[in-house]
Design a protein around this ligand. Sequence first.
Ligand SMILES: CC(C)(COP(=O)(O)OP(=O)(O)OC[C@H]1O[C@@H](n2cnc3c(N)ncnc32)[C@H](O)[C@@H]1OP(=O)(O)O)[C@@H](O)C(=O)NCCC(=O)NCCS
Length: 274
Amino acid sequence: MDATDDLTIVQLGLEDAAGGLAISSEAQWNQNEADWNFFLSKAIVFGVRAPDRRLIATAALMPYSASDAWISMVLVTASWRRRGLATRLVDECLSSANRLGVTCWLDATPAGAAVYGPLGFTPTIQLQRLRLDRPPVVTGPPLPQGKLGDLVTCDISAMGFDRRALLEELAGRLGSRLVSNGDALALVRYGRTARHIGPVFADCPAHALKMVRDIAASESGPLLIDAVASQQAFVKGLTEAGWTVERPFQRMRFGRATTRGDEPPFAVAGPEYG
Ligand SMILES: CC(C)(COP(=O)(O)OP(=O)(O)OC[C@H]1O[C@@H](n2cnc3c(N)ncnc32)[C@H](O)[C@@H]1OP(=O)(O)O)[C@@H](O)C(=O)NCCC(=O)NCCS
């Protein structure tokens, strides 16, 4: 019997937000308490506790529609890694997904992809996380506010399913900005250590880049964006503007191919949300 076989998987609740935040912060992730509260109230979140009751591992299954769900927050505290905990937790998510009859998607870190591949996940698109530490502060007219309905419409066209509840919650958080200039639409929200830009929708790379440049000019702290790697002109424009590539993410799917979106966005809502 493996050393962790006697640790049972439990379903987590809102009271586990602090424990979850401790593990994601240890991994240097950008999720904050609002993200954990959202997962713990809207998703099925599994966890494992050490014998001393401390939360040591998590994984969440977020059903977005009757056909599609997102797996995320797959985290194991450093001292408990390589003992099969992530594999067991993701397996538990897959069992729940199977009961719900949904296809699972996730955005994997390189370490995560090593866990998901053997479980049967297959790669789809790639993402690049980019970071801008010191945005140039330029005073200009404020960016016009975007409409939630437009964001939902663009998102459905990109994802192939409706994430209104997620987008409404992200846009409604304290400090979030939903901005639009007619050519591009983007959401900006707080993270634990940096503000996050995404999703970003636009009719061409130049308009997406202008939107990101205008957002950066009106923000004062570090920024993160998860760009779709196939939007090469966009990624190139960001790096030319001083953004640095921090890490790749591999989008993966488990289960049958569901309705595909028409056109990928320029940047996604975040690897934890897709
Ligand atoms: C990725 C992570 C969740 C893996 O958790 P874990 O409990 O150690 O994973 P498992 O023990 O179930 O690993 C199963 C297999 O996946 C592979 N694997 C796991 N971590 C790996 C790594 N860092 N590098 C290469 N392969 C790895 C191995 O094949 C491993 O089997 P083995 O230990 O018998 O060789 C953990 O390292 C972690 O929390 N990392 C930081 C956060 C993160 O990247 N999460 C994934 C988000 S998508």
